[in-house]
Design a protein around this ligand. Structure first.
Ligand code: CDP
Length: 226
């Protein structure tokens, strides 16, 4: 069977990870959450008290970071390790979420992480989700999906996810964070989130997970046949 690259881009918290994970499992592919890498770097900047205006220090921090995605057998999903440390438990909190889009708008950060992401995908057989996967990281991806959903639906989903994980957050703060990130991600100069004509659009505001999965798998099958 032909190995392909599948790029899933779109707005914050619209279920890109859930879809990417499902598709990767169906195909036996590697799933890479590129946003986790921007979050991992942001976490390290916070821990090391590096200001986001201190570009030389950020450049050094990038060079010092080693990213690995390891399969958690129990959960059946990949988790991010930074320099050998599992950071899954701390990269999705609101402190990181409130800074990550500003970090991700820095060109030297993008240059560094895009290179790491391209190296991971060089053997194909990969599903990667993010904001610039189909435009910058893998412009020749065989299938590009753009995910979107109503912002209040997205905020509720993320709120449920965070509270389930034991975090104390308010729906208002989660919604404000989504809107802020969508704005920064879509308006930054370097590789903004953009819906180009070669994407298949998946608006899942009113779709069940099963419905969205089967829609995506139909596109996957079509891409594999071509
Ligand atoms: O899961 P969620 O939608 O909350 O976001 P994420 O995929 O974890 O990404 C977190 C942030 O990283 C985004 O808001 C972007 O600012 C940035 N990002 C990016 O710039 N480029 C990517 N390929 C992936 C994420």
């Amino acid at each position: 069977m032909k190995q392909i690259i599948i790029a899933i881009d779109g707005y914050s918290s619209c279920g890109k990870g859930t879809l990417a994970k499902f598709v990767a499992q169906q195909l036996g592919y590697v799933f890479i959450d590129s946003g986790a890498m921007y979050r991992g770097l942001t976490l390290k900047l916070i821990e090391n008290k590096i200001d986001i205006s201190d570009l030389p220090a950020i450049e050094n921090a990038c060079k010092d970071l080693f990213f690995e995605f390891k399969l958690n057998q129990k959960k059946g999903s990949y988790e991010l390790y930074v320099n050998g440390q599992n950071v899954e438990g701390s990269i999705r909190n609101l402190t990181v979420s409130n800074l990550v889009s500003e970090v991700a708008a820095i060109s030297l950060v993008r240059k560094h992480l895009v290179r790491v992401q391209q190296a991971i995908g060089k053997n194909k057989g990969v599903v990667m989700d993010g904001r610039d996967i189909g435009t910058v990281v893998f412009p020749d991806a065989d299938l590009k999906i753009f995910m979107t959903a109503d912002s209040t639906v997205r905020a509720k989903r993320r709120f449920n996810e965070l509270t389930k994980a034991g975090m104390e957050v308010s729906l208002t703060d989660v919604l404000a964070n989504l809107k802020k990130r969508d704005y920064i991600d879509s308006n930054r100069e370097d590789s903004p989130l953009q819906l180009k004509e070669d994407y298949k659009v998946l608006d899942n505001s009113n779709l069940s997970i099963e419905q969205q999965n089967s829609m995506a798998m139909k596109w996957v099958r079509e891409s594999m046949e071509h």
